[in-house]
Design a protein around this ligand. Structure first.
Ligand code: HEC
Ligand code: HEC
Length: 375
């Protein structure tokens, strides 16, 4: 099969030949080591990067210095359970940057060139005792021939071959999958159950729609690993990981752990409360846990803080003044004043089908008249 240049190499310039891709992706690697040499190209299969102890299971122990992490408030994707892992090239560190100085309000911590962030989407059925792997997405921070760094996004779809063995394939065209789920939410404890005939796996061009964020870094830059969203103790999202978590990683404050492992520099010395939260570092609450903001559960202050966290992680990557929804003037950065730019009494820019026949994005005190409620 001839692979078009974009699919072969993402934005790598000059595009590698098929022979070069085969050489890098098929080169022998020691067990437990990441195939760093192959990160310059888009391998046809995920296992060729050797990111996980069991190359056919992205829930197994990450290889190299790979570290699983979780977020306080996460993106909703049709009830998928997610496994996020960061792999930093040997001998490198990420640099702590938070939103407090006003210069990095929407940005994440700063990752070194060569970093790989992996996110696996699975559907959990606690009743059946099964978890179906659907896709593993990678963001790779590559350098071009001219030395500039940019983030490439690729996704691998999971399937089962005729022997019942799990296999992946690079899927730049995306796809859909029928899925069902049945599990208790790890934060709220709510039982979530349902199905969809068409869970959407994005194509390679869609990554950048969300991940170009506010253009602080070129390409499909990361969104989730901000100090305020990582400031918590690690704990797996899936009940199938038991109490030990992916790879048995300790359930301690994630920022502290990264510092201790030599993966993060320039962080303030975390002052920890009894629950693994650093009280001297910014923090987004769990949006679906009343009282998690620190204010009285259900008070206006608590609801506002949790709603801001929800809107930041689910909408802000497009709804900011440089994102894909910049032309709407409707911006959901969590630090923003609650005024017209946050939708209050604001008429829609994009009228038409998306307004549900309503006149304003938010009508204070009246959800039923607010466009945002129907969107
Ligand atoms: C609809 C918007 C959207 C699209 C499309 C999208 N992502 Fe993301 N992605 C997010 C958000 C928001 C997060 C962070 C929140 C989370 O992980 O829950 C994220 C997180 C990630 C992460 C973990 C690191 C990080 O940035 O937080 C990876 C890896 C990733 N995405 C890869 C991809 C790839 C590859 C594609 C394209 C195939 C893609 N994403 C398409 C919104 C999107
Ligand atoms: C993948 C990018 C993307 C994400 C994520 C996204 N939006 Fe949007 N949104 C847009 C675009 C583009 C428009 C303008 C075109 C349209 O109306 O569809 C828009 C328009 C809107 C509008 C109408 C605004 C106006 O002035 O016309 C509302 C309300 C809205 N979005 C709410 C949300 C909410 C709430 C979320 C999160 C739950 C969200 N959006 C997430 C891209 C996005």
């Amino acid at each position: 099969m001839t692979i078009p240049p974009f699919e072969r190499s993402g934005a790598v310039d000059p595009a590698p030949s098929e022979a070069e891709i085969a050489r890098l992706c098929d080169q022998p690697v020691h067990s437990g080591r990441v195939n760093w040499g192959a990160m310059a190209v888009n391998c046809p299969r995920l296992d060729q990067y050797n990111l996980f102890a069991d190359p056919e299971d992205p829930r197994s122990t990450p290889n190299g210095n790979g570290v699983p992490y979780v977020l306080n408030s996460k993106l909703f994707s049709d009830y998928a359970t997610k496994y996020r892992v960061a792999f930093l090239p040997p001998g490198t560190r990420a640099v702590y940057r938070d939103g407090q100085d006003g210069n990095n309000l929407n940005g994440t911590i700063h990752f070194p060139n060569g970093t790989v962030l992996a996110k696996t989407f699975a559907f959990t059925d606690e009743g059946e005792g099964t978890e179906e792997l659907v896709e593993t997405r990678l963001l790779i921070k590559r350098t071009s021939s001219t030395g500039g760094a940019f983030w490439d996004g690729l996704t691998y779809i999971w399937d089962t071959d005729s022997n019942g063995q799990a296999v992946t394939r690079l899927a730049p065209e995306g796809g859909t999958r029928a899925v069902t789920w049945h599990y208790q939410d790890d934060v709220s404890g709510e039982l979530l159950t349902g199905s969809t005939p068409a869970y959407a796996i994005p194509n390679a061009n869609q990554c950048i729609t969300c991940h170009s964020n506010d253009d602080q870094e070129a390409g499909s830059a990361p969104i989730g690993p901000k100090p305020r969203n990582m400031n918590r103790a690690y704990a797996p999202e899936s009940s199938f990981m038991g109490t030990r978590g992916q790879g048995g990683f300790p359930q301690v404050n994630q920022l502290q752990y990264w510092v201790d492992q030599g993966l993060l520099t320039n962080a303030p010395d975390p002052v920890l409360d009894g629950k693994g939260v650093a009280t001297n570092i910014e923090r987004l609450p769990h949006w679906n846990l009343p009282g998690d903001s620190g204010a009285t559960a259900g008070s206006n202050e608590d609801v506002e803080a949790r709603l801001r966290a929800y809107l930041e992680v689910n909408c802000q990557h497009c709804h900011n003044d440089r994102g894909a929804a910049s032309n709407t003037g409707y911006y959901l950065d969590h630090f923003r004043e609650v005024d017209a730019s946050y939708g209050i009494c604001k008429k829609p820019t994009a009228t038409g089908g998306g307004s549900c026949g309503r006149q304003h994005i938010v009508v204070p005190g009246n959800a039923g008249s607010s466009i945002v409620e129907c969107r």
